[in-house]
Write a protein that binds this ligand. Structure first.
Ligand SMILES: Nc1nc2c(c(=O)[nH]1)N[C@H]1C(S)=C(S)[C@@H](COP(=O)(O)OP(=O)(O)OC[C@H]3O[C@@H](n4cnc5c(=O)[nH]c(N)nc54)[C@H](O)[C@@H]3O)O[C@H]1N2
Ligand SMILES: Nc1nc2c(c(=O)[nH]1)N[C@H]1C(S)=C(S)[C@@H](COP(=O)(O)OP(=O)(O)OC[C@H]3O[C@@H](n4cnc5c(=O)[nH]c(N)nc54)[C@H](O)[C@@H]3O)O[C@H]1N2
Ligand SMILES: [Mo]
Length: 676
């Protein structure tokens, strides 16, 4: 029998799934052909969900550490002992150091609206520190919002009608695979697909043209395109007058970016910049898909903001198929019923999750009560957070008590004092939104929790009972939270929406326009903001500027930029637990340009050490012209199983981006050498 489900992984597509169950076990997973957006196909990772759920290494009982932190030596204990130990430790930490010395750390291991945020009420009631959820999209959102306002952008399906598609810093064919059929449809109708990315990723391989720019130079490239659009009279002056503010200031800035200057900054020939701008400006329906890549740079907010103004200048929003996409969808309902900030006994202390290394070690001028207890769920910070060496040093602290709720013995779980076995997404009910389309869907458990595993909500409700928290929210069920989200909609996304099909497990289209910018902009002025007073108020340049910002700790010491984008067969650090996928992915490797390799005596297949002042990483050399001479690329986040391994975040820094206070994951200066 095939049961309907929803993929809960952190990917824009949030696929509709069909899951086959035999004798209580999941034996096959495929795409649901009736899902209106994901249309019956799924990624290679998804077809491995049977192994993800039933893998031999899955943790199925609570565990207590018996060896040194990091050693991975644990013994099974009962749930009562595990929960009593955690609650007892919470009480003693609160008594001795205050509740703010407890830090919950979670991100997106499970994207369901209920289970992802069901720890919020608990930690608010406890008065714990609050993690600032900045690790992924904050710079991209902030940059985009400064120009076009908050909220969903152009629906990807629209792009099927475009005649010029620019994929700007997104590896669509790996990270957002259901977008590609729409782009391919446009191509069959004559559109060209242009990719702007510092390396030839799987999307650039399939494109019509690839602009292999220097990392961090997108704002300059966009200003150079504007320069040409203005000079050639391709700007829709009437629209810009009516629907934007500050165009004259932008025009003056763009004046200073003729293609010859931009060519030097971006390392792309002036003639190609000129041609790119003309193709975009003369298109009937120009469409841009920005990924998050350009935002994972120190001036990443500015990069996104500048790119987002291009469609304004040509009024792409007036042409069917034109527009710009960053993020879609939205959480319907009143998410406060889950988050419950009203339960806090004391003012919050917010800890940026990018700066976990500092928070755990007191480095970098970390202020306030030191962290005495770390509670990790739906995240693997030893692998995904920047500057791993510092994170691991913190996790190794003997005086830190660490709880990790996990399905597998990840690098983070190895440092836990107590591990709580988490149920997988196929073992729980939840409501899902997506960030790559405008549908929501509800899923019921396909099988009961494996072994003694428990859902995230179950675990927090059990802990709340032990802590004596008696507010009704700590007795609510999954279904009650889902009902509450759907009943108290503050977003307007449910207006006029028939929720009937939702109860049958089918995807339902939210009330979100496909071309939202046609109706105006969610900025303070209600117009597109070439000049942003709110950026000025934050001390940031109010008008786009094109100066790239490089990793200051590496300047003059390490000559190569290092990018650490997603791997096709992994999802951030997830799927490292599946041996067959790891085998298919091959040894962890680094892309090195042939000239760069030759200059260092490195040949294809050599074991190399990539390093900078923050850390080092041991990988196999993949000598290839898919990257630039000055750029190394490490695709994917691998588990190391120990401190000195292959995790790319050994090399990244905790330095925050210009907007959104997020991580500049693709902005690290490094060097590489052969291993002895
Ligand atoms: N298979 C797979 N799919 C995934 C994920 C995964 O790990 N694996 N992760 C999921 C998550 S959480 C997210 S947020 C999304 C991310 O999806 P993407 O936006 O596709 O990923 P990014 O890491 O932001 O990198 C996108 C591209 O930006 C490029 N890039 C880096 N620096 C620059 C720059 O300065 N300028 C330009 N123009 N490009 C640059 C990188 O080389 C990369 O090709 O994907 C989701 N989907
Ligand atoms: N260098 C570098 N670092 C990056 C990035 C990059 O591009 N480069 N990308 C960044 C981005 S975009 C993001 S979003 C973050 C992601 O950061 P995280 O959200 O921490 O990423 P994951 O690796 O998916 O870790 C989720 C963990 O949750 C567990 N898990 C998954 N599903 C379930 C479940 O149903 N129940 C339970 N109990 N556990 C579950 C998984 O086993 C996994 O260990 O990483 C960031 N880190
Ligand atoms: Mo992400």
């Amino acid at each position: 029998m095939w049961k309907r489900a929803v993929c809960a992984k952190d990917c824009p597509d949030t696929c509709g799934l069909l899951v086959r169950v035999e004798n209580g076990r999941i034996v096959a997973v495929k795409g649901d052909p009736e899902h209106p957006y994901t249309q019956g196909f799924i990624c290679r990772k998804g077809s491995h969900f049977p192994a993800h759920v039933h893998g031999g290494e899955r943790i199925t009982t609570p565990l207590k550490r018996v060896g040194a932190k990091g050693s991975g030596e644990f013994v099974p204990i009962s749930w009562d002992e595990a929960l009593d130990t955690v609650a007892g430790r919470m009480r003693s930490v609160v008594a001795e150091s205050g509740s703010l010395s407890i830090l919950p750390y979670f991100y997106a291991g499970h994207m369901g609206l209920v289970h992802r945020r069901c720890g919020d009420a608990f930690f608010n009631r406890l008065g714990a520190s609050t993690p600032d959820l900045t690790i992924c999209s904050a710079a991209a959102s902030a940059g985009f919002a400064a120009s076009l306002g908050k909220g969903p952008s152009t629906a990807i399906e629209e792009a099927a009608k475009a005649d010029c598609i620019i994929i700007w810093g997104s590896n669509t064919r790996t990270t957002n695979i259901h977008a590609w059929p729409h782009f391919a449809q446009a191509r069959r109708n004559g559109a060209r697909i242009l990719v702007i990315d510092p390396y030839r990723n799987s999307t650039a391989e399939a494109a019509d043209e690839h602009f292999m720019l220097r990392p961090g130079t997108d704002a300059a490239l966009a200003l150079g395109m504007m320069h040409v659009l203005i000079r050639e009279g391709l700007v829709d002056r009437a629209y810009v007058e009516r629907m934007s503010v500050g165009y004259d200031a932008l025009r003056r800035e763009a004046d200073a970016y003729p293609p010859e200057r931009v060519a030097d900054i971006c390392d792309i020939p002036a003639a190609r910049i000129e041609a790119l701008a003309l193709e975009y400006g003369r298109a009937r329906a120009p469409y841009i898909r920005t990924g998050w890549g350009p935002a994972r740079q120190l001036a990443g907010g500015m990069a996104m903001r500048t790119i987002a103004l291009l469609p304004v200048l040509v009024n792409a929003f007036a042409r069917p198929g034109g527009g710009i996409t960053r993020s879609l969808g939205g959480a319907p309902g009143n998410t406060r019923c889950l988050e419950r900030p009203d339960l806090r006994p004391c003012p919050p202390r917010v800890v940026n999750m990018v700066e976990l290394g500092n928070a755990l070690t007191g480095a970098g001028g970390f202020e306030g009560p030191p962290i005495q207890m770390l509670y990790v769920y739906l995240s693997n910070p030893a692998v995904v957070a920047p500057q791993s060496r510092l994170v691991l040093e913190g996790l190794a602290r003997e005086d830190l008590f660490t709880v990790v709720q996990e399905m597998y013995l990840t690098d983070t779980a190895r440092y836990a004092d107590i591990i709580l076995p988490g149920a997988s997404f196929l073992e729980v009910a939840d409501l899902y939104r997506a960030y790559g389309h405008n549908y929501i869907q509800q899923a019921e458990p396909v099988i009961p929790p494996v072994g003694e595993c428990r859902s995230t909500l179950d675990i927090f409700q059990a802990l709340a009972a032990r802590m004596g928290f008696d507010e009704p929210v700590f007795r609510m069920t999954e279904q009650e939270f889902i009902d509450c989200l759907l009943a108290e909609d503050a977003s307007g996304y449910l207006d006029g929406v028939d929720l009937g099909p939702l109860r049958e497990g089918r995807a339902v289209r939210l009330n979100i326009p496909s071309n939202p910018y046609a109706d105006g902009f969610g900025t303070p002025s209600g117009k597109a903001e070439c000049f942003s007073a709110s950026l000025a108020a934050q001390g940031l340049p109010p008008v786009p500027v094109g100066d790239p910002v490089r990793d200051p700790e590496g300047e003059d010491r390490y000559p190569l930029e290092c990018l650490t984008p997603p791997h096709h067969l992994m999802l951030n650090s997830a799927f490292n637990e599946i041996p067959s996928l790891l085998a298919e992915a091959g040894s962890p490797s680094v892309f090195i340009h042939p000239e760069t390799a030759a200059a260092r005596g490195i040949v294809h297949g050599d074991r190399v050490r990539v390093f900078n002042g923050r850390g080092e990483c041991f990988l196999a050399a993949e000598v290839t012209d898919r990257t630039r001479t000055d750029v190394l690329v490490i695709e994917g986040l691998r588990w190391s199983g120990g401190p000195a391994g292959c995790g790319a975040n050994q090399l990244t820094s905790q330095r925050l981006t210009d907007m959104g206070r997020t991580c500049a994951f693709h902005c690290s200066l490094v060097d590489v050498e052969p291993c002895a």
